[in-house]
Design a protein around this ligand. Structure first.
Ligand SMILES: Cc1cc2nc3c(=O)[nH]c(=O)nc-3n(C[C@H](O)[C@H](O)[C@H](O)COP(=O)(O)O)c2cc1C
Length: 321
């Protein structure tokens, strides 16, 4: 939303509030709108300049009253101290309409194609537990960036599927026999072309990966490496790693950063590393303790990712030579 319209809306709130609506429901509603939109402090949020410029500009001379102003009859004060819940709901709906919303196309690459439970027991694929948590955190997130409401349209790229029978990369395999950028686009299978489009169309990426032999699992480097850097360029990536051990896959995270740099998608500085995810998350990704310190890493990473994604989305219309 442009500054102009924000300030206009703020003025409107003040004006409606200042009207002779003393104690009425309407006055309280307008005060609530202003509180919710501007945190009650427009001056701080949008900078002192707005008011100081206004104050410094020539103000119309005050007209002198010839007759003393007749005293108004005091209206009985309403007993309502807060807006009725129905009104708040209406305000919330209106505010959603007032704020512009940005839908980020977010591609999540999973780093594991494991399909066998360990002989000693445990998850068939630990990745699912973590990916479920990442997905539900993103979808339940209702974040704002400046005056924009940010939501995500998620597409998950799962190596189990894309390399599986009939998958978009099954013709090439995890060993990367047929990189897409070595082929003419009309020679690409339809499903491969569609996956390439999804990756190229994305505004940002997330990688959810384990650590194999202190580095990137082959399934992840193969899926991402199938598509050339032109598909990823000028977009940010957030990296989430995990491990049943105490180091949370951090060595893989370092290697994934380098790989992503080479592909042209820039890793945000916050990382999310989960040690022993089975202690933190249920199978469906529900946190065992939502306040656990380790689980607070993801929202912070997503805030950076969204900021970068919106900034880079705006800048991508400038052709990079
Ligand atoms: C080939 C292989 C190498 C592994 N190397 C590491 C490692 O370097 N560091 C680590 O923390 N865990 C390592 N592990 C253990 C994995 O973290 C563990 O199996 C985890 O469940 C893998 O995630 P996934 O089930 O989603 O594939 C390795 C597992 C495999 C199969």
């Amino acid at each position: 939303m442009a500054f102009q319209s924000v300030s206009t809306l703020n003025s409107l709130c003040w004006w409606r509030e200042g009207e002779d609506l003393a104690g009425s429901e309407e006055k309280i509603i307008w005060r609530e709108v202003r509180r919710r939109l501007f945190g009650g402090n427009f001056h701080e949020r949008f900078g002192g300049n707005f008011y100081s410029t206004w104050a410094a500009s020539p103000q119309p001379a005050k007209r002198k009253r010839s007759k003393p102003k007749p005293k108004r009859k005091a209206k009985p004060k309403s007993k309502i101290s807060s807006p009725p819940s129905q009104a708040i709901e209406t305000i919330d709906q209106s505010l959603i309409l007032i704020m512009s919303s940005i839908v980020l196309k977010t591609v999540i690459f999973l780093g594991s194609a494991r399909n066998i439970a360990p002989a000693w027991g445990g998850d068939t694929r630990l990745c699912d537990r973590v990916a479920n948590w990442v997905k539900s955190t993103i979808t339940s997130r209702n974040d704002t960036l400046g005056d924009d409401n940010i939501t995500h349209q998620i597409h998950v790229v799962d190596p189990l599927e894309v390399f599986g029978p009939g998958g978009a990369l099954s013709h090439s395999g995890g060993e990367l026999r047929a990189p897409t950028f070595f082929m003419k686009s009309d020679a690409l299978p339809e499903s491969t072309r569609k996956l390439q489009e999804v990756i190229k169309d994305a505004d940002c990426y997330l990688v959810v990966s384990p650590e194999y032999n202190h580095t990137i699992p082959p399934a992840l480097s193969s899926v991402m490496g199938h598509f050339g850097g032109s598909n990823y360029k000028c977009k940010p990536v957030g990296i989430v790693t995990y491990s049943p051990g105490p180091f949370a896959g951090m060595r893989a995270a370092m290697a994934i950063q380098i790989m992503c740099h080479e592909l042209g998608c820039l890793p945000v500085s916050k990382l999310c590393g989960l040690p022993s995810p089975s202690d933190l998350l249920e199978l469906d990704g529900t946190p065992k303790d939502a306040n656990h310190r380790m689980l607070q890493q993801l929202p912070e990473l997503l805030t950076q990712l969204e900021w970068m994604a919106v900034a880079m989305k705006n800048q991508r219309c400038v052709v990079l030579k």
